[in-house]
Design a protein around this ligand. Structure first.
Ligand SMILES: CC(C)=CCC/C(C)=C/CC/C(C)=C/COP(=O)(O)OP(=O)(O)O
Length: 392
């Protein structure tokens, strides 16, 4: 034991628990940055929306939903890590990105490569074994599209944003395919994917306009960097906001959603068009910022409205009503059977005892068969009715 007032010679060599914790926390934060955690969270939200849109409440298909969400999150993280490995130099020149873990060395390139490989392999495996081959292939292809083609194009062609928009459009489709066992060419999935594709144009062009000086420093070929006055940027933003405004109308016309979605879509898109038009008239950072901020709440609002008014969900509601009626009917018949049994027991034994113990709640075989057959018929009729309503 060291004497009072003298320093412990071993103290310096012993790891200080506080600083060890801090190091671990900053390493965790570095891995989250490597995975572009906020972007990946947005990606996963759109995937979950695709899953729920297919009529699968997350809680009722927990294992499938879990595999879809975790698998997509890992694939997205892997793609983000690869993108940062390729862009260390450019990221170091931009204010927006100069604190990224590979720039400030909180992670080594080797650590980033290992994380990208582990996340990519585990993500695609979870999708392959936990969902279906279509969803897994989309996940794998999207890693290639983002880390490969999009990242390659960023410093070389303004069309990188159009390719990046495809990357962002795929995750909601993955949610849909996972929930439907790999059904890719459904109208609902196409509407979700198209919306995500179109939405990214005002979102990313407004962002790259606000950061155009930064993007120029990094050497990225973004449209606002290659023109001095934002003329084309504002045109593209307005054009895509206009395309986007047609989607709720198309969804309603195709009977994918109820007409309320068209009405609410008109209100939502009128505001989006208004801010896009303001930026078109007056190309200032403040107006670009309004377009960007609008895009941030536009997407979750759109997704919630789409889910609320989706016809798939109407069918689900129909099925829920049938299920509730069914259990009420079964309960009533059980009670009737039980009461009849008690009555017989009391009469047969000529007693005033309740007869409760002699009459379990189980039904006679014939009554049970009758109820189940009736229930099955009415469920089939309801489902068929919902199907033909959709085909109309
Ligand atoms: C399943 C799977 C693989 C999903 C991937 C989804 C994904 C990563 C979408 C991102 C879309 C996109 C173009 C973002 C901008 O990245 P950026 O590189 O321009 O951003 P930065 O400037 O911040 O680096």
């Amino acid at each position: 034991m060291p004497l009072k007032g003298t320093a412990d010679p071993c103290a310096e060599r012993l790891p200080d628990a506080g600083s060890k914790k801090k190091r671990e926390a900053s390493k965790t934060a570095a891995y989250l940055d490597l995975a572009k955690a906020k972007l990946s969270a947005l990606v996963v939200t759109t995937t979950a929306a695709g899953f729920v849109a297919a009529g699968g409440p997350l809680s009722e298909q927990a294992a499938l939903a879990g595999c879809c969400i975790v698998g997509t999150a890992l694939c997205s993280s892997s793609a983000a890590a690869m993108n940062q490995i390729f862009e260390i130099d450019r990221d170091s020149k931009m204010k927006r990105t100069q604190k990224r873990p590979l720039v400030v060395n909180t992670l080594s390139v080797q650590e980033a490569k290992t994380a990208a490989a582990v996340w990519g392999i585990s993500g695609t495996s979870i999708l392959a074994f936990g969902t279906d081959p279509v969803t897994a292939s989309l996940g794998l292809a999207n890693i290639g599209l983002y880390a490969g083609l999009y990242t390659y194009m960023k410093p070389r062609s303004i069309y990188n944003t159009w390719v990046g928009a495809v990357v962002g459009a795929i995750p909601p489709v993955m949610g849909w395919t996972a929930a439907t066992g790999g059904s890719l060419l459904d109208l609902d999935a196409m509407i979700l994917g198209t919306t995500l594709y179109l939405w990214q144009m005002p979102h990313f062009f407004a962002l790259s306009y606000m950061h155009r000086v930064d993007y120029k420093r990094g050497g990225f070929a973004m449209l606002p960097v290659l023109e001095s006055d934002g003329e084309r940027t504002s045109q593209v933003i307005l054009r895509y906001a206009a395309y986007l405004s047609t989607v709720p109308l198309i969804a309603t016309a195709c009977d994918v959603t109820s007409s309320m979605f068209a009405l609410e879509g008109i209100a939502l898109n009128s505001y989006a068009l208004y801010v896009a038009n303001n930026f078109r008239q007056e190309r200032t950072n403040a107006n670009a910022r309004k377009v960007f901020l609008t895009s941030l709440w536009y997407l979750p609002t759109w997704l919630v409205l789409f889910l609320i008014h989706s016809k798939v969900w109407d069918e689900e509601k129909d099925r829920d009503v049938v299920r509730d009626k069914l259990s009420a009917a079964i309960h009533a018949v059980r009670e009737q059977g039980k009461q009849a049994c008690i009555h017989e027991h009391v009469v047969a034994n000529n007693s005033s005892a309740s007869g409760e113990e002699a009459c379990p709640v189980t039904l006679s075989k014939n009554i049970t068969k009758g109820v189940i057959a009736g229930a099955a018929t009415s469920t089939v009729q309801t489902v068929q009715g919902a199907g033909s309503k959709k085909e109309m």
